[in-house]
Design a protein around this ligand. Structure first.
Ligand SMILES: Cc1cc2nc3c(=O)[nH]c(=O)nc-3n(C[C@H](O)[C@H](O)[C@H](O)COP(=O)(O)OP(=O)(O)OC[C@H]3O[C@@H](n4cnc5c(N)ncnc54)[C@H](O)[C@@H]3O)c2cc1C
Length: 239
């Protein structure tokens, strides 16, 4: 296995397509690659229309590296999106898609990096953080971790039941939700960051992921709260 080999496009087959929230669908893919992946990495997918037009997008791997031949993607439908609607509404088990990966070397967490681990996700930006949480639970359950997750409403919290179960049962893991459009809801603001830091202690590693405005705002808040910038890693989904 040579992780430095250039990535090539290959066929992957969709084996399951399950709604997770009103806007997000989980696609399970059987992948033929021979590379291990790391929690936090993503894949590129490419669609080709009958007239040859191609569109390519990146999607984070939500599943744990413990299942290397099968990956889960969680894809949110954007109302005016070119590609996300296909995956969130149209793609079905048995479909083959072109995929390239795994990709990404900076926005990754390995158990050997330790913690405490502060994960801050906005919307579908929680996806690579889920891979980290799942990997942590299997490979390094002693590492303290806190997920601060901003979603519009409780309905839009991706894998809500799993996160609530982990919060209840996994020692050392804490879930904090920031529901922006729920009654009395609030954004990730300085107060929320202070609460997270008080609950977790000083993070050794902080991962922030979501749309561009979310990542910029949260990164600024973290630095203002005293988290060293060199310990903060960010992934921007666009927007
Ligand atoms: C490394 C990486 C990993 C990603 N992982 C995921 C993932 O796990 N799940 C997932 O759902 N998406 C993920 N994305 C976003 C994904 O690649 C696409 O950008 C997204 O699905 C929109 O594609 P589209 O063709 O539907 O929209 P487009 O047709 O490309 O864009 C439609 C409109 O939406 C805006 N827009 C594009 N992306 C966003 C965004 N993220 N938020 C708000 N507005 C946006 C565009 O500016 C445009 O106005 C990831 C992006 C990157 C770079």
């Amino acid at each position: 296995m040579d992780a430095t080999r250039p990535l090539t496009w290959q066929d992957a087959t969709i084996t399951a397509a399950v709604p997770e929230t009103p806007r997000v669908r989980r696609l399970t893919l059987a992948v033929g690659w021979d590379r291990p992946f790391r929690a936090g990495q993503h894949v590129d997918v490419r669609l080709t229309a009958p007239d040859g037009y191609q569109a390519q997008r990146s999607y984070s791997i939500a599943s744990s590296p413990a299942r290397p031949g099968t990956i889960d993607l969680l894809i949110e439908r954007l109302d005016d999106g070119e590609v996300s609607g296909f995956f969130a509404d149209v793609a079905e088990p048995g479909d083959a898609i072109e995929l390239r990966g795994p990709i990404g070397g900076a926005f990754v967490w390995d158990p050997g990096m330790g913690g405490p681990l502060l994960l801050v996700g906005g919307g579908s930006g929680v996806v690579p953080l889920l891979a980290m949480l799942r990997h942590r639970a299997e490979a390094a359950p002693d590492v303290p971790a806190l997920l601060l997750y901003s979603a519009r409403s409780a309905d839009e919290v991706i894998v809500r039941d799993e996160l609530i179960r982990r919060d209840a049962w996994e020692p050392g893991f804490r879930l904090m939700l920031a529901l922006t459009r729920a009654p009395g809801g609030r954004r990730v603001d300085a107060g929320r960051i202070a609460e997270a830091l008080a609950a977790l202690g000083s993070p050794a590693h902080t991962f922030v992921c979501g749309g561009n405005p979310f990542v910029s705002a949260v990164s600024d808040l973290l630095v203002e709260a005293g988290v060293p910038a060199r310990t903060i890693r960010t992934e921007r989904f666009g927007g």
